[in-house]
Design a binder for this molecule. Structure first.
Ligand SMILES: CC(C)(COP(=O)(O)OP(=O)(O)OC[C@H]1O[C@@H](n2cnc3c(N)ncnc32)[C@H](O)[C@@H]1OP(=O)(O)O)[C@@H](O)C(=O)NCCC(=O)NCCS
Length: 182
């Protein structure tokens, strides 16, 4: 089985916590850190070359998502964050417990605060701030409404489910960080 690809850039290697899961087909490049129990799913690319990328504990980045940075613009993803399939996360900040729906784009210096929600297919343009507990939709994305308590619990459940799913995949694939990430 082919594992993920980890490549150095300017002498800096990606660093992956021992309990994290990085799926086959993922490319991690340069100054990238993946936190405990986080999971990076098939065919994602996280390219930390011109600035750093951080993915916090228990966060999941789903299949086909691209994470990049710009000069002076790191990408900081907090803890318990879910990023859906095929997103583009570029030189921005996603605070703890937020959800970026599938196919969404978050552009340079945008900031999604704690438990903020970017809807499926939305495009959060440069420097915009999705405030804590807000749902934004559309291209360009605009404030749609507040996230309900029930939705907030569902978003937290989603991140927790991905922690469990990553453990299942690690067992199923015989994932051994020492060997798989070598
Ligand atoms: C936004 C979302 C939460 C639905 O919210 P909702 O309040 O239940 O919305 P509804 O389905 O009742 O639709 C309300 C209106 O918003 C529109 N709408 C729904 N989702 C939309 C979206 N992602 N972008 C733009 N408009 C959207 C609907 O078409 C509807 O418009 P209308 O009133 O003109 O008919 C959902 O569509 C979404 O984006 N979920 C993200 C799921 C996801 O990506 N999860 C990733 C985990 S794998």
């Amino acid at each position: 089985m082919n594992g993920p690809i980890l490549l150095p850039y300017r002498g800096i290697m990606p660093r992956v916590a021992a309990s994290a899961f990085v799926a086959p087909g993922v490319a991690l490049i340069g100054d990238v850190e993946i936190g405990e129990d986080a999971s990076i799913w098939f065919n994602c690319a996280l390219r930390g070359d011109v600035a750093a990328i951080r993915v916090g504990a228990r966060s999941n980045i789903q299949d086909g998502t691209i994470v990049h940075t710009s000069t002076g613009g790191p990408t900081i993803i907090g803890a318990g964050v879910t990023v859906g399939h095929q997103c583009l996360i570029h030189a921005c900040t996603l605070d703890d417990d937020c959800l970026v729906g599938m196919g969404a784009i978050v552009m340079d210096h945008a900031h999604v605060e704690t438990a903020g929600w970017v809807g499926a297919g939305a495009m959060v343009t440069e420097n915009k701030r999705v405030k804590a507990g807000e749902l934004w939709l559309g291209r360009p994305a605009k404030f749609a409404r507040a996230v309900s308590d029930e939705e907030r619990a569902r978003i937290a459940g989603l991140a927790a489910r991905y922690v469990g799913r990553a453990k299942e995949y690690r067992a199923e694939l015989g994932y051994d960080p020492e060997r798989t990430l070598a």
